[in-house]
Design a protein around this ligand. Structure first.
Ligand code: PMV
Length: 321
């Protein structure tokens, strides 16, 4: 093929990925587990341009900045070396996530790029191989290849570090955007700083490996309560390790903590909800699907709210010669 288009969705981790054991291969220090969402898709078209001198990358209709373009080229270099091709490409990517919603667009972005570029360069990869390929672009992208709940096995080499589906209880996610404008330190830089300077980093990695096993068992048992409890404690442990970095990094603001407080109050009132947060101030609350409306009403004063559910892994949409 010379042109291929793929679509992928972001995912939100219930057991977080934070820290690498191998930066080159993008092997995580511990495994993680997430839900691929049914909203905020990235759609990416890769067209081979054999006569072009370099790659081009347009994001939401505008030429991407140099840093983003270089990341895409580094990823395409990997695909080209596997395909035995030197052809450059034009990459056009469109992101449905509102800017600043705090949804890691790198997950949907690199998952869509992995599927579209593999097809454009005629690599015949199965889902597991595509998950491994997406990992090289961004760790969290590893999981966006999978429908719904995904477990990313940390692995100890390129072949063993990929995501696969797992059964679990039905759940909704209520995304609470408390601060759409917040500038954040990139997850890559913050992970490095945490690993190098946080005295809690080793404890974080050890406890996450244990939480992942417990989380996988709770998912298989369909135990929503335990899934929620592990989700919230794992997120708070990640932020504790990050905050202990030198110089400190605080992603959670007072508005974020107010959502954690409100979620605790919901539980005290008998509605099961649990909070988590990524590398930014916004909070994602999980609930049983039938409670999602009540939870979102309760959190309405805390920011922009959207309710999302489980969605499909990255897919090829069209291919043409
Ligand atoms: O792969 P990255 O650079 O998007 O890092 C993801 C980090 C977290 O979102 C905080 C956790 C996770 O597992 O998604």
């Amino acid at each position: 093929m010379t042109t291929a288009t793929a679509r992928a969705h972001p995912n939100i981790a219930l057991v977080k990925y934070w820290g690498k054991r191998d930066e080159e291969l993008m092997l995580p220090a511990a495994g993680s587990l997430s839900l691929t969402l049914d909203a905020y898709a990235t759609t990416t078209t890769v067209s081979l341009e054999p006569s072009a001198a370099g790659d081009r990358f347009a994001l939401n209709g505008a030429e991407a900045d140099a840093g983003q373009a270089e990341r895409v080229t580094r990823f395409l270099d990997l695909v080209r070396s596997r395909a035995g091709s030197t052809a450059r490409a034009v990459v056009r990517s469109h992101n449905e996530a509102p800017t600043g919603a705090g949804l890691a667009s790198s997950a949907s972005g690199f998952a869509a790029l992995a599927v579209a570029s593999a097809a454009a360069y005629d690599l015949d990869l199965d889902r597991e191989e595509l998950s491994r390929l997406a990992r090289r672009g961004s760790g969290s992208a590893t999981r966006s290849l999978v429908d719904g709940l995904a477990i990313w096995h940390a692995g100890d080499d390129d072949a063993s570090s990929f995501a696969e589906p797992l059964e679990g209880p039905a759940m909704s996610m209520i995304i609470v955007t408390v601060d759409p404008g917040q500038k954040k330190i990139s997850s890559r830089e913050a992970m490095r700083r945490t690993a190098r300077t946080s005295p809690y980093y080793t404890a974080w990695v050890d406890s996450t490996a244990r939480s992942l096993e417990e989380m996988a068992a709770a998912c298989r048992a369909g135990d929503f309560t335990r899934v929620g409890e592990i989700t919230e404690s794992n997120a708070l442990r990640m932020h504790a390790a990050i905050q202990a970095s030198d110089p400190p990094i605080r992603y959670l603001r007072s508005a974020s903590l107010a959502v954690f407080d409100a979620v605790e109050q919901l539980r005290a009132d008998g509605v099961e909800a649990y909070a988590t947060a990524d590398a930014g101030p916004n909070v994602v609350v999980i609930s049983r699907p039938e409670d999602a409306r009540a939870v979102s009403r309760h959190l309405a004063g805390h920011g922009e709210i959207s309710i999302v559910g489980a969605g499909p892994g990255a897919q090829l949409i069209t291919e043409e010669d």
